[in-house]
Design a protein around this ligand. Sequence first.
Ligand code: FAD
Ligand code: EPU
Length: 347
Amino acid sequence: MTTVVPAWSLTENAALQPLNTFHVPAHARRLLHINDANALPEALAAVADAPLLVLGSGSNVLLAADPEDVVLVFNNRQITALEHRADHTLVRAGAGVVWHEFVMWSLREGLSGLENLALIPGTVGAAPIQNIGAYGAQVGEFIQTVEAWDQHTQQWVRLDHAACNFAYRDSLFKHEPDRYLITAVEFRLPLLHALRLDYAGIGEELTAMGIEQPVAADVANAVIAIRRRKLPDPDVLGNAGSFFKNPILPNEQVDVLLQHYPALPVFPADDDRHRKVSAAWMIEAAGFKGQRDGDAGVSPNHALVLVNHGNASGAELLAFARRVSAAVLEKFGVPIEPEPRLIGARW
Ligand code: FAD
Ligand code: EPU
C-alpha cells in the first residue's frame, strides 16, 4: 500500500517544544507543514489571516513566548545535481533538507567546500539566513541562488549571490524576517578546492587522527570531532549554539582593549578597519562560564553557549542572557548581541 503525502497540512494547537533545540515549552495555534513547495501559494491562502513564522529545526531561535503567528515548517527534502561542469557541480537542495545530511551527501558525491560546516544543526532553508559559518568557512561563499516566495510581492523570486548581501552572521534575510520564505537553495560546489586547515584546532585534530594528506571528508571528520568535544548536544542539554555574536569593533577600540586585556582573542573581520573579538572570552572573564540561575545557565564547556538545564522557560533563558550581556558591557564596555532570533521578545 502506498501512502499519499499531502502537499501541505495544517495542525491546530501544536507543541513547539520538540521544534526548538532549547526545548523550551511553547505552542503554536496553527502549524503549517509544507511537503511540496509548489503548493506554498495555495497553502498560504488558507492561513492568510495571520502573520507567518518559518521554523526549520529551531536551532537558532529562543521562544520567549508563544508565537502569535502561524508557524510554517518546510519538509521538502530533495537534493538534485542540476549541472556537472569540469570544475564544479550545481546542486539544488530543498529547504527541508537537514544541513548536516546535505554536507555528507556533497562529500560522498566527491564535492567539496562544505566540509568545515559539518555538523551544524538546522536545515538548508535556514542556512542563508545568518550565513552559517564555522572553522574558517561561511555558506554564502557556495550559494549561487536562493529560491523563495516573496510575501511582499506575492511572487516567486530567485535571488543571486550578490542580492543576498552575505556577511558575518548576516544577510538580506536577517533584515526582513519572514518576507522571503526560502523553498530551495542552489549551491556551486567545487570538485577540487583548497582545504581550509588554518582555523585553530583542525590541523592538530588531523595530526591526532594520523592523517598527513587530508581530503575534504577528513576535514569534515576533524570538524565533527572538535564540535562534539566543545559544544553540548542539544538533545542532552538544550541550547542554540553560540547565544551571542562575536562583536565586530573598530581597530582603535580593539587596540585599547588589548592594552588592558592582552589575552583577548581577536580575529579578522569582513573589512580591515574592524576586527572581531571573542565574546566567549569576555563572558568567561566576567565570571559567567558554568554559572546558572535555576535551569537557565551558561555551559561549563563553552562560555558562548546558553543552556537549558531542564525546565527553564524561554523568558528565564532570556533574563539570564541579559545578565550576561550587562556584565560584559560593564567590564569591557562592549555590547554583545544575541545570535538567535528572539520570538515574543525584543533584545
Ligand atoms: P531555525 O532556528 O528554525 O530558524 C532560524 C531563522 O531562520 C529564523 O529567523 C527562521 O524564521 C528563519 N528560517 C528558517 N527556515 C527558513 C526558511 N526556509 N525560509 C525563511 N526563513 C527561514 N550556526 C552557525 O552559523 N555556525 C555554527 O557553528 C553553529 N553551531 C551550532 C551548534 C549548535 C549545538 C546549535 C544548537 C546551533 C548552532 N548554530 C550554528 C546555529 C544554527 O544551527 C544555525 O543558525 C542554523 O542555520 C539554524 O537552522 P534551523 O533550521 O534550526 O533554523
Ligand atoms: N573561548 C574562551 N572561553 C570559552 C570558549 C572559548 O575564552 O569558554 C575562547 C577560545 O579560547 C578561543 C575563542 O574563544 O580563542 C574562540 O572560540 P571558538 O573557536 O570556540 O569559537 P567562537 O568564537 O566561540 C565561533 C562561532 C561558532 C563556530 C565556531 C567555530 C560565533 C558567534 N560563533 O564560536 O558558531 O562553530 O566559531 O568556527 O561566531 C554558532 O554560531 O552557533 C556557533 C556555534
